[in-house]
Structures are given as C-alpha cells and as structure tokens.
Ligand binder design. Structure first.
Ligand code: GDP
Ligand code: IMO
Ligand code: MG
Length: 427
C-alpha cells in the first residue's frame, strides 16, 4: 500500500543517491519520476563507488525492481552504456522497467541545448548540456518522441522526419549549425529499440498492482526543490518538477498513495550552474567547503558553488513538498569549524524577509542574515548513533530541525552505506 517520495530540498546533489540506496533493503520498487541524465547520484558501498545518471538507485539492491517512470526524459544511448557499465561490474539490469510513455532525448535536443546556451552568453543557465530542456520543451509542445514509438518503426520514422524538418531549419538557419540526417537517427534509434524492448512496460499499471499487493514503492527524485520548473529559481532551473507534487504525475500513481515525503538536506548548501544563491561563499571558506565536501559535479565535473546552510530555503522545501522527514547529509564535512553561520532570514533593500521573496529581482538582491552556532572539532565519521555526536553537533542538528520545520530522522556522517545515524524509521 505505501509509497514514499524522496526529494532534494535544495539545488540538487544533497545525497539522494545515498539515501535511496539506504532504503533499498526496505522497499520493493524504486522509481525515477523526472529529469534525465542531468542527474548524478553517487552511492558508495564498501570500497565500490557508483555514479548513476538515468538508472534508479534501486538497481544496486538485488531485491528491488528499478523503474524509469513516464516523467523522465531518456537518452537511450546513455541508458544502454550505463547498463553495460554496471554489467561489467557484475550488476544486472534485467529487472529494469521503462515506462512506454517516457520521452526520448534525440540528437537535436542535445545540439539545441548546447547552441542555445552558447547564444545566451552571460545569461546562460549553465545546463548540463544533455538535451533536457529541449526534450521537455518538445514534450509540452506535443512534438516529442516517446519510448513506445521505438516499438513501431513506421511511427518512429514519421516522428523523426517531422521533428527534424523543423529542427534542422532552426539549427541551420538560426544557429548556423549543420543539419541532422533523419536516416542516421532512425538507424541509431532502431538499434536502441532492439535492446530496450524487453524493458518497456505500462509502469503505472505495474506500480498500481504492486501497491494493491502491499508492496512498498519509493519514488526517487532527481535535482531538487529550488531547481523545480514552477517552484525553483526560474529561469535558473531544470525543465521538470522534482518537487513532491511532480512525483505522482511522473510515476503515474495517485497522491493518496503517498505516506511519507522524505527531504534530503545537506548540512550546508551547494549549487551547480547559474542563478541566485544568497549564502554562496566566494572566498577561501567556500573553497574549503568544496575541497572538504568533495563538491565537484558527478555529471559534468564542474566545481559546485558552496555556501552556508540556508534555513529560509529549508522551510520553503518543507512547505512546498510537505516534508514528513528530513535526511540531513554531510554533517561530517563541518567538523573542525569554530563557529558555523546559518542563514535564518534575508535582507532585501533594508527589509527583513523570513520567506523567499516573491520576485526574481528581490531574490537576486537577498542578503543572508546569519546566526552563528558553535562548531565542534571531533571527527564524527565513525559515530553510530545521535548520542555519539559531540554536544555542539547535536545542537546544530536540533537547531536546523527547529528552523526547517520538519523532523530530522537520519543523519549522514560519511558517504558510506553504514555512515548513517538513524533517529527514526524513514519508511
Ligand atoms: P545526489 O545527486 O543528491 O544523489 O548527490 P550527489 O551524489 O551528486 O552528491 C552527494 C555527494 O556526497 C556524493 O559524493 C556522496 O557520496 C556524498 N555523500 C552523501 N552523503 C554523505 C555524507 O553524509 N557525508 C559525506 N562526507 N558525503 C556524503
Ligand atoms: P542531481 O539529481 C545539481 C542544474 C544544472 C543547471 C540547471 C539546468 O544529481 O541532484 P539542465 O541540464 O537540467 O537543463 O540544467 O539545473 N542541474 C543540477 N544541479 N544536481 C543535479 O542533479 C542537476 N541537474 C540539473 O547545473 O544549473
Ligand atoms: Mg548529483
């Protein structure tokens, strides 16, 4: 019966992969519900490190059925190389189910993503260049190619021809690029079809039956709340809905199945790409957080922008998603600081804001109002329970919980599977 959503509470890279993996032993299905291979979810199991982009993290738990939901945009070449990469490491993707209604990322989406960013110049979004925005754009414009089209070569041929008739005009006449040959794309995608066919399913129906049988379904989000197309820092966002409301639409299960909404929250803040980030540190402190926290992109290798914890953002994530539990990650990274500033509100042109300002203009001018909390010096990476934490680390967690408005039910003290302090059950 129950289903839970796991959602990033900040700008992505909060540690969703680790959190999903941790729940792998307790759930039957793990469903990615939006995004694509812009995501990079890291899981560390023993001395093995896995970086997953399109595959749901459940792929690493042998008892779990991993599902790519209808809300995802799939680059089939990337998906297949991810499957092959795992197979080479002894992990089978045979159980994987892919929604027939999910959309495909086509070569012109990748070409357009890169070229439009280049044309935006300084105003660029800083996308991952994976074709995410153009693929969702075509989905909404009802021009998209779906996974099910791979099953019908006639329809696939027509859809590729129709799409490229228009997109090649744009690529050649607006952007001065070379056009894309429809025959070559067809051949490439028909080859993908052969390999993907056994995985294609009516995943909404599969999940509905599973829920009726009392199975547990975990919906794994990509990106994070502030990257949401509606609720994020538009236009510096991704083109899908990572927030909890998007989970039901992207997985094809109704909202009344959800019993838990788990927010993943980093003990400080990071962001990749352009856009406002009030607590960003552009000094040696930011560099310290980046090196100590290993804050380099899993997908693009870019430096992540780093800053202090922002309680305004956390409160917002609690409200927008209806968070029932937080998983606080990377507390260990903050060890060794004398004092830790936490942003409790913003100041915009002399006015205090306890909530995110309504307009983009105001948010761009938001200056953090900090409260300083005492730090701790001890290494906490081998702590096993909350009580093992130094008093100041406990107080930091309690303060964040109070400010965020939802209980912190688990705490990450290292990247490993066993480096988690469980306060109460997440499922
Ligand atoms: P995701 O996109 O939300 O899955 O997060 P990423 O995998 O992009 O980035 C999170 C990084 O932090 C990964 O390298 C994880 O292995 C690592 N990580 C997750 N939780 C913890 C933690 O509690 N402590 C430390 N030190 N690292 C963590
Ligand atoms: P995970 O799932 C962090 C950011 C990009 C860019 C913006 C739009 O690992 O948390 P896009 O390619 O989606 O059109 O880029 O969104 N972005 C992410 N930032 N983590 C991610 O995924 C991201 N996926 C996209 O950097 O600013
Ligand atoms: Mg990531």
């Amino acid at each position: 019966m129950p289903a839970a959503v796991l959602v990033g509470a900040q700008w992505g890279d909060e540690g969703k992969g680790k959190a999903t993996d941790l729940l792998g032993g307790d759930v039957d299905y793990v469903v990615r519900y939006q995004g694509g291979n812009n995501a990079g979810h890291t899981v560390v199991i023993g001395d093995q490190k896995y970086a997953l982009h399109l595959l749901p993290t459940g792929i690493l738990s042998p008892e779990v059925v991993p599902v790519i939901g209808n809300g995802v945009v799939i680059d089939p070449g990337v998906l297949l190389s991810e499957i092959d990469g795992l197979a080479a490491r002894g992990i089978s993707a045979e159980r994987l189910l892919i929604s027939a209604n999910a959309h495909l990322i086509m070569p012109h989406h990748k070409a357009l993503d890169k070229v439009t960013e280049r044309y935006l110049g300084k105003a660029r979004i800083g996308t991952t260049g994976r074709g995410i925005g153009p693929a969702y754009g075509d989905k909404i414009a009802r021009m998209g190619v779906r996974v099910q089209d791979l099953l019908d070569p006639g329809i696939l041929t027509k859809k590729i021809e129709v799409a490229l008739t228009e997109k090649n005009q744009v690529l050649t006449k607006v952007y001065n690029r070379r056009g894309i040959d429809p025959a070559a794309v067809l051949e490439e995608y028909l080859a993908y079809a052969e390999r993907l066919k056994p995985h294609i399913a009516d995943t909404s129906l599969v999940l509905s039956k599973a829920l009726d049988e009392g199975k547990f379904v975990l919906l794994e989000g990509g990106q994070g709340t502030l990257l949401d197309i509606d609720h994020g820092t538009y236009p510096f966002v991704t083109s899908s809905s990572p927030t909890a409301g998007g989970a039901c639409a992207g997985a094809g299960i109704p909202p009344n199945r959800l019993t838990k909404i788990i927010g993943i929250l980093k003990a400080y803040t990071t962001r990749v790409g352009s856009g406002p980030f009030p607590t960003e540190l552009e000094d040696e402190m930011g560099e310290w957080l980046r090196t100590t926290g290993g804050e380099y992109g899993v997908t693009t290798g870019r430096n992540r922008r780093c800053g202090w914890f922002d309680a305004v953002i956390a409160r917002y994530a609690t409200r927008i998603n209806g968070i029932t539990d937080y998983f606080l990650t990377k507390l260990d990274v903050l060890s060794g600081l004398e004092r830790i500033p936490v942003c409790v509100a913003y100041e915009v042109d002399g006015v205090r804001h306890d909530e995110i300002p309504m307009t983009q203009t105001d948010f761009h001018h938001a200056k953090p109002i900090y409260e300083e909390l005492p730090g701790w010096q001890e290494d906490i990476t081998s702590a096993k329970s909350f009580d093992d934490l130094p008093p100041n680390a406990q107080a930091y967690v309690r303060a964040l919980e109070e400010m965020s408005g939802a209980p912190i039910s688990a705490i990450g003290v290292g990247p490993g599977r066993d480096q988690t302090l469980q306060i109460r059950s997440l499922v």
